[in-house]
Each structure stands twice: as C-alpha cells, then as structure tokens.
Design a protein around this ligand. Structure first.
Ligand SMILES: Nc1ncnc2c1ncn2[C@@H]1O[C@H](COP(=O)(O)OP(=O)(O)OP(=O)(O)O)[C@@H](O)[C@H]1O
Length: 501
C-alpha cells in the first residue's frame, strides 16, 4: 500500500532532561539523511521499542512477580512501539502523527525521559521542555504564580531567572487576576495558557507538545504558533504531536507516521499527512466495497446490477496540446494502487501553457488520472501551497458541485479542467492534484451529511505532490493601485464610505 522505496515504511507535564544517554558506537555512526553534520543533530532515535505486559487480572501481575524467577508468565506482551528510528536537526519542526493508540504519546514520553525504552537507543543533545498531559507538573493547590516558580525551577531556571521572566510569562498567559488563584480553579484553556507560557520561556533546545494546543481558543492558538515560529527561528527544535493534520502540514517540516507502534512513513510533513489519510482508509476501502453491494471480480471489475446512472457531464472543454504537460514521470504518485496520474498542465485562459500569471488573472489546470479498477463517483481536485508550504487554496469537484459520472470503468481515463482566478499575493506557488472516489449512496446524501462524515467516506485513490509550480506577479498597471491587497489572498468584498457631519 505504501510507496515503494519508503520505509514500509490532558494536563501538562514538564520535564527537564539535560543528561546525555550512553549511546553505542553504531548509533553514533548514524548519518543524517540530509547529510547535515552530526553537530546539527539534536535527537537521534534508533530502533526504539516499548513493551508493556498486559494482565487479565491484577492477581496475574502479582503471581508473575512472585514466580518470574522460575520462568512463569501470566501476562502477555504488548509492543506500544517497535523499531522506531529517526533524527531531528536543531531548529527543525517535527510532527508525530498516527491514529489513536499508535504510540505517539509513548514516544514523546520516552523522548522526555519519563519512560525508558525496552529496546533501542535515544539520545538528545540538549535541554528538553515538554507540554505533555494537561495538568501534570502543576500543583493544583498552588496559585498560578507559585506554579510558575515551581515549574520554572523544574525546567532548570534559578529564582532570579524566573523573576526576570515572570512578567513576560504572565503577559503571554493573559489570565488576569487568576494568576493568584489556585490552579485547580482554572479552565483547561487557562491552564494551557500558563503552562505554554512557562515551557516556552525556559530556553529549551527541544520543545515537546502533545495535543496541548488543541485546548486553547483560536486567538491563543495563533499566538502560540507565532511564539513557536520565533523559537524555531532561534534554533529550538519542536516536536508536535497532533491529530490536526492542517497544523502538522503547515507547521512541521518533517513528520513521522506511526501505526500500531510501527513507523510507516518518515519524511516531508505534507507527504506524511497523505500517507496518514491512505492508512486511515484501509478500513474505508472495506466499507466502500461492502457498501457497494455488487461483486468485485478478481480483475477489479464490478458487476453493476443497477442500471447505469450517468449524470449529464460537461465534456466541452478542449484538452491542451501534448507539449503543455509537465513531465511527471519522476514525481511520486502516492495512492492506494487503484489509480495514477498521467497528465498535468497549467495554461492561461486561451489554453496556452503558462506558468507566470498577473494578480487576478485566471489559470486553468488540466489533469488526468487513469484508473485500474471500477470506481463509483470520482472526485478530482487540487491544492495550492505557497513557498512556505502553507495551503492557500484547495477545492475539488464535490465542492464545486461539478457534474460527475456515477460509475467509471477500469481502464478509463478521467480528465479534469479546473479554472481558478489567481487573487493571490505575488510569489511562487506549487500545486498538487488528487483523485478520490465516493460510493453512489453516500454521494446522493452528500448535501445532508456533516463534513466529517462525508470526509470519512471519501476513498483517496491517488495524488501527486508538487505536480507543478507557477508564479504570480504584479499587474503592469494596477487598478486602482498596483498592490491589490495585503495577505495571502484577495477576498471578494467591497468597502463603502460614509461621512457624518
Ligand atoms: N502503561 C501502559 N500499559 C499498557 N499499555 C499502555 C500503557 N500506556 C500506553 N499503552 C498502550 O500503548 C498504545 C500506545 O499508546 P499511546 O498513548 O502512546 O498512543 P497515542 O498514539 O498517543 O494515542 P492517542 O492518539 O489516543 O493519544 C496504546 O494501545 C495504549 O493502550
């Protein structure tokens, strides 16, 4: 299922870890995959594994303790992590993603020094500050003020250093007079504010964040990401464990995808997120197949029992000339094997190949996928990223309400023509194209379904990251001025003026 050549492939706790662990020679010879010097490597993990023993009854645990010397075993082994290896450079932002129970928190606790690995080695060459489980590390009966001093000292600051930073911490936390109330009276949001403010003020070289930010409101989250960005610029490495794929894609350069304790992908965060979705849909494939009452033969063709329903389709667009298409042979076609991308082009409104557009000009994306098994409703779409990897826009046929066929046969090619007005900031952009499918029954109910349920039913078939790039430049003569708007994109709207005298 995974791309060949890849690795088959809450309450807050703060900890300080400055000591270096003893590392065997083979670990020291680990070379960074990006050929950075060893001095750049802040964290190295090699074959890290964690095993728990599970017992059906408490008595079994006791019996095993008593009889272990004679080899009696009453529990069974459970590997929460198995053979996890990766490195983190100084100043790198690193995501750890995976479904519930995949081992993310266990790995973070090993990095924080709270847990010891059963096997493998982990070395951190610097001070670690961690926001792990919400609440721990704070004394609930102490006031916020006292806890700042308590936590600051746990994280290695002297009393004078804490005093020097105290006002900055309080200003960042912005919890008003609650700073002098016992922490047990705090809401979880207030708690995270204070804990985040402390953990990011102690000059740690590695900051671990486990889902903590999910608790804060949107303004606080923005503020946190600004501070994390500042820390990153100063050279702090940050590990973010999150179920928010958007956060991981946008904040982290690299990410590790775990599944049932095993490492299934390590690489660029945008690609790790794609693999996460593919992994998540293994189960979805089965649901998709069972929702489709029809038999699927070994050759991948479906016996459609219902009369073929094909909505009216707008097939009137003209396909560009062959020379307009990018060479995508070397690009990664990530997918579940049911489809692959065969063509990608970007043209101007006249259908001519074009990669430089003025602000406000329209670009037209053409892309084609070939499918190698029958599918029901196809969904095509693209996502545009700016030079910082931030998604500025993404839209698919489902969201446009495009007319689509209800069934597409194995061997067919599906062509998409997507026109977008580039009301974007001047700069360089990349885009990815993707194909997915929905079963007809779900498609028919799409308008009535909550977004998450609909998203949960989509079967991702194939996508090509960095399928192509384009640049947006100023209009020659601006109207009304050359800089059309501030920020990433122009939003439709108007502004009126009224004078009262
Ligand atoms: N102390 C423990 N004893 C036994 N099993 C444990 C223990 N701690 C964790 N586990 C198990 O290890 C596995 C990994 O747990 P972990 O908390 O690391 O997952 P996670 O990816 O962080 O999950 P989530 O996204 O739900 O927070 C789970 O199956 C969990 O039940």
């Amino acid at each position: 299922m995974l791309t060949e050549g890849r690795i088959p492939e809450k309450r807050i706790k703060k900890r300080e870890q400055t000591g270096k662990q003893v590392v065997p020679p083979e670990m020291q010879s680990l070379s960074d995959e990006n050929s950075h010097s060893n001095g750049d490597i802040l964290l190295s993990a090699q074959d890290v594994s964690k095993c728990y023993h599970l017992y059906n009854r408490p008595l079994d645990r006791l019996k095993e303790q008593l009889l272990s010397s004679v080899g009696k075993r009453y529990g069974k082994e459970f590997w929460a992590l198995r053979g996890v290896s990766f490195q983190i450079r100084r100043g790198e932002t690193f995501g750890i993603i995976g479904k519930n129970g995949s081992g993310k928190s266990t790995l973070l606790q090993i990095i924080a020094g709270i847990l010891k690995p059963t096997d493998g080695f982990l070395q951190v060459n610097g001070k670690v500050a961690a926001l792990l489980e919400l609440g721990s590390g704070f004394n609930p009966d102490f006031t916020g003020r006292d806890n700042v001093y308590l936590n600051g000292s746990i994280l290695g600051l002297s009393r004078i250093e804490i005093e020097q930073r105290f006002q900055e911490i309080v200003d960042f936390a912005d919890i008003g007079p609650f700073i002098d109330q016992p922490v047990k009276s705090y809401s979880s949001g207030m708690f995270v504010r204070l804990a985040f403010a402390v953990a990011t003020s102690v000059n740690a070289e590695l900051l671990l964040i486990d889902e903590a930010l999910a608790v804060g409101d949107v303004f606080f989250r923005q503020k946190c990401y600004r501070r994390l960005e500042e820390l990153r610029r100063k050279g702090t490495s940050i590990i973010l464990v999150s179920h928010s794929m958007v956060d991981v894609e946008q904040f982290c350069e690299k990410a590790l995808l775990l599944d049932r304790g095993r490492q299934v992908y390590l690489g660029k965060s945008t690609e790790a997120v794609k693999h996460y979705y593919l992994l998540e849909q293994e189960q979805r494939v089965n649901e998709y197949m069972s929702r489709n009452n029809n038999e699927v033969s070994e050759s991948g063709t479906t016996e459609f029992n219902e009369p073929e329903v094909v909505e009216r389709m707008d097939e009137s667009f003209t396909w560009p000339v062959e020379s307009a298409f990018f060479d995508i042979e070397e690009k990664d076609n990530i997918g579940n094997g049911w489809a692959f991308c065969t063509r990608v082009a970007i043209c101007d409104q006249g259908g001519q190949p074009c990669q430089v557009f003025s602000q406000g000009q329209q670009g037209v994306f053409y892309y084609e996928f070939e499918i190698n098994r029958d599918i029901e409703v196809p969904i095509g779409g693209l996502v545009i990223h700016n030079d910082k990897g931030i998604i500025v826009h993404g839209k698919n046929t489902l969201q446009y309400g495009t007319s689509v066929p209800r069934k597409v046969r194995k061997g067919s090619r599906i062509r998409f023509c997507q026109a977008i007005r580039f009301d974007l900031a001047v700069g360089e952009y990349t885009f990815m194209v993707a194909l997915a499918a929905l079963d007809s029954a779900t498609y028919n109910r799409r308008g009535m379904m909550p977004h998450q349920d609909l998203e949960g039913s989509v079967l991702r078939l194939a996508n090509v990251q960095n399928a192509g790039s384009f640049a947006i430049v100023f209009k020659k003569q601006g109207d009304p001025v050359q800089l059309q708007h501030h920020g990433l994109c122009d939003l439709p709207g108007e502004c009126r003026v009224q004078i009262l005298s």
